[in-house]
Design a protein around this ligand. Sequence first.
Ligand SMILES: Cc1ncc(COP(=O)(O)O)c(C=O)c1O
Length: 410
Amino acid sequence: MLAIDGGPKTRTAPFPKRGLFGAEELAVVNGLFAAAVDSGDAIGYNGPEEQAYEREFADFMGGGYADLVNSGTAAVYVALGALQLEPAGEVIVPPITDPGGVMPVALLNQVPVVADAAPGTFNAGAAQIEALLTPWTRAIVVAHIAGEPVDMDPVLELARAHRLPVVEDCAQSHGARYKGRLLGTLGTIAAISTMSGKHHATGPQGGVVYTRDEALYWEAKRFADRGKPFNISAATNVRAGLNLNGNELAAAIGRVQLRKLAGIVARRQKVARQLHDGTLRLQAVRPGRLVAGAEPSYWFLRFQVDTARLTVDKDHFAQAVAAEGIPVGASYRHIPSEAIWFRERRVFPGSDYPWGLPAYPGDREATFPCPNAVAATSVQFMLSIHENWGDAEVADTLAALAKVEQAYLR
Ligand SMILES: Cc1ncc(COP(=O)(O)O)c(C=O)c1O
């Protein structure tokens, strides 16, 4: 009997913890604090640890420049701010993403325009982006959701043809590749969340802005620190901005974490491979479709349910798998235009800006139903894996999937 109907659970043992922070992180943090206590000097920011982390991050990416900031949301905000987009335009945003990947667009006085997903995926496709381009499109933000790459070549071609910058949101895709190239190195500038749920972290919250363009890097660095005149000679701050700085503690943690990243990605890829291979034996569950050349880093796994072969819908199927003790989430329907702040235009209260900006020439009432994203989320569920899963976790997950499928096959 299925656990959802009162039967025994497939998995009763707790799943392993990530153990993301270990003795090395503790040692570097203790070291910085001990030095501060001994010397009487405060722990600061933009110091040797931060400079080293940023250099090491850029090395990991194969060159370029990185700026540590205090969240992934801040990284998106700074990446967009560095581009100095003329206000009251439009920025294309992903169909499924975290609010922190979209709100910065609106806060920078750009109207977010939500591109639909490529069929069968959670990520925008070039055709879906192209359909929304206008003469006042200022930039394209893509997010590699679940650590799965967007099909970047056609997006980059489109961006080149229209002279549009591309912001890659790599919050969920540390170390993932597209046609052999690391995500984050493909667009104009990248934003990475390094909060503690991500593959590698700089502490409880954090983020990185990365670009291969030195001028853009300095622009980002200035915008992330109240417009300080970094790398230019000016007597005062040169631009209005917030204080979104990283700090020495975060950087020291990040340096340790960065050394673990490749291993973490490889272990997640192994778990994903085992699970994908295992589902070949199933009849109504298969991995979500990947684009050609994808080497995901699997922040989570997507599985698609063939509802025509089942007596229940995807949500019920996922709930039944979760009841078996497996970390399954029924839906990842995070479509920006469905959120209250977006629908009710709550960005600058007391106005409907940026949509209502007098200079905005676009359609203020435009809606973005995103049928492909809705269709994908209605038949796909998410499985939260991580690098410490072993054979037992994989076996139990496959057993639970098989048990639930068996119970609901037509
Ligand atoms: C795609 C995406 N963009 C942006 C963010 C925001 O990052 P943070 O939570 O570090 O602010 C997240 C967070 O999970 C995300 O998944």
